[in-house]
Design a protein around this ligand. Structure first.
Ligand code: KIV
Ligand code: ZN
Length: 545
């Protein structure tokens, strides 16, 4: 029988470290439940020392999400370990993951205080790792140790530290290619060297953790499996620091489709892959590129006549897996104004939404209104329907996406209550907005601009108190026809931090306004959640020591 692979999902920790990908606790809970449906084995739910919101997400996932192990990350510092241990305290199946850098380049740059020579510093690093593992074991017997930047670490030192970690009681040893530097054969050799140097390799699970700086994260992960790793750390859609992490959906489908090549099994419900990908995209505001392997909207589209003909004759001529296997089959039934409630709710469930009974009438009515305006309603249109309803429903219903990051009060800081745009051929566009604040106050502002979007953004800037700059604005059509839905993605910056906003509407000026308000809400929520903790959501991991 083939070995099984432990799927360790770090979308909510390393994935959230992608610039601009911050998620609220409510969004993390929805994703964690979806990851449980997908049947991943471990969720890395956060880095508790970094903020109260991270602590809350870890504690809630550990107690509210069944059927998997909840993991929390900590540096080898005492305070980090106790913050992670306390966040996990009420969970029934937990893991504490501690890490320290081991490559010379990291040691030189970060650990001046640990000694004068490289040898002294390496010795001190081993001692810190061992102490941290011993402390972690007072909270849970499931402890993982990572040698950060193992990909560029001297293999002899890597061997010494993993031996010490295993002896101290770590049951999972992770070999991160933190900078995405390794080639697949090199990474396989590194994993194999760790297998060889452990006195009892069968007593620990070796893990891969590959970043995608050279586009090799999935290839390196698979190479690591062939060399003996039995856990893979990965994220949905491959989101993560810089170029991201190995994509869960790619690894799982490679292991499934090429079982002949890898001879290991991943017990994942693959039909949930696309709905999970869509949920993560909606929560982070990161669009999934159409040609993304497995979950992209073009992954099963055939454009060239010769391909279409081939697929119609025999699907396997141009497809190595079926769309249904990865949850991309919903398109086959067309939705429009004659569709019934059954067809609509089935499709929504296939997309990963749990639709509470109390909101079904409202959702169906929104759908019919849209179907009246459009000949065919596409998945992207349905997401818009859910977002429209979610704004009101999210406070009472789980499973519905909300329209903006909620602050501690549970509601977004800003709501766009009114927008009017006047465009004539002779004058600059005139815009007025009315914005409701979560403290009950109302701001009305007017502005003009070179175009309607600039005028809207100026008016909104006057109406909010969040200093920021607009970094990026992108508009694209995501459904078909002249009445297509427009999707707007905006990025705003405050200090070191970027916040993404996304919105869709058949009216692209409205979508532009909603996306901007979404980004402003994420900024406001981050400011409130971080409270006195340094307001550097993505920079926190760089405060290593
Ligand atoms: O990339 C990395 O090294 C990490 C560690 C914290 C495991 O994310
Ligand atoms: Zn990482």
């Amino acid at each position: 029988m083939s070995d099984s692979i432990t799927i360790f999902d770090t979308t909510l920790r390393d994935g959230e470290q992608a610039p601009g990908a911050s998620m609220t606790v409510a969004e993390k809970m929805r994703i964690a439940h979806k990851l449980a449906d997908l049947n991943v084995d471990v969720i890395e739910a956060g880095f508790p020392i970094s903020s109260p919101a991270q602590t809350e997400a870890v504690a809630r996932i550990a107690t509210e999400v069944d059927g998997l192990v909840t993991c929390a990350l900590a540096r080898t510092k005492e305070d980090d370990i106790s913050a992670a241990g306390e966040a996990l305290a009420n969970g029934s199946d937990t893991r504490l993951h501690t890490f320290i850098a081991t490559s010379d380049v990291h040691i030189e740059a970060k650990f001046d205080a640990l000694g004068d020579t490289m040898a002294e510093k390496r010795e001190a690093i081993i001692q810190r790792a061992v102490r941290a593992i011993e402390q972690a074991l007072t909270y849970t017997d499931n402890v993982e140790f990572s040698a950060e930047d193992a990909g560029r670490t001297d293999p002899a030192f890597l061997c010494e530290i993993v031996q010490a970690a295993a002896e101290a009681g770590a049951t999972t040893i992770n070999i991160p290619d933190t900078t995405g530097y390794c080639a697949p054969s090199e990474y396989a050799d590194l994993v194999a060297s760790v297998v060889d140097c452990l006195p009892a390799p069968e007593a620990v699970t070796l893990s891969t953790h590959c970043h995608d700086d050279l586009g090799l994260a999935t290839a390196n992960t698979l190479a690591g499996i062939r060399a003996g790793a039995r856990q893979v750390e990965c994220t949905i859609n491959g989101i993560g620091e810089r170029a991201g992490n190995a994509a869960l959906e790619e690894i799982v489908m490679a292991l499934t489709v090429r079982a002949d090549e890898f001879d290991v099994t991943a017990d994942v419900r693959t039909e949930h892959l696309t709905p999970t990908s869509q949920m993560v995209s909606a929560a982070t505001g990161f669009p999934v590129q159409p040609n993304k392997a497995i979950v992209g909207s073009n992954a099963f589209s055939h454009e060239a006549g010769i391909h279409q003909h081939g697929v119609l004759e025999e699907r396997t001529t141009y497809e190595i897996m079926s769309a249904a296997d990865v949850g991309q089959d919903a398109e086959q039934i067309r939705l429009g104004r004659h569709s019934g409630r059954h067809g609509l709710f089935n499709r929504l469930e296939a997309l990963g939404y749990e639709v509470p009974d109390a909101h079904r009438d409202e959702i169906y009515q929104h759908f019919l209104d849209l179907a009246d305006r459009k000949k065919e309603v596409f998945e992207e249109d349905l997401e818009q329907v859910m977002e429209d309803v979610g704004a009101e429903a999210v406070e009472t219903a789980t499973g519905l996406p909300d329209n903006g990051a909620a602050t501690n009060s549970g509601t977004p800081a800003y709501r766009l209550d009114h927008l009017s745009v006047q465009i004539t051929t002779d004058e600059a566009p005139q815009v007025s907005v009315r914005l409701l604040r979560d403290d009950g106050s109302v701001r009305e502002e007017q502005a003009t601009g070179d175009g309607p979007v600039e005028a809207v953004y100026r008016a909104l800037d006057h109406a909010v108190d969040e200093p920021h700059t607009l970094v990026d604005f992108a508009l694209r059509a995501i459904s078909e026809g002249a009445d297509a839905l427009g999707e707007v993605n905006v990025t705003i910056r405050y200090g070191e931090n970027e916040f993404l906003g996304q919105a869709r509407n058949t009216d692209v000026v409205r979508a532009s306004a909603d996306a901007y308000v979404d980004a402003l809400n994420r900024l406001a929520a981050a400011r409130e959640h971080t409270e006195s903790v340094e307001f550097v959501q993505n920079g926190i991991m760089h405060a290593y020591d």
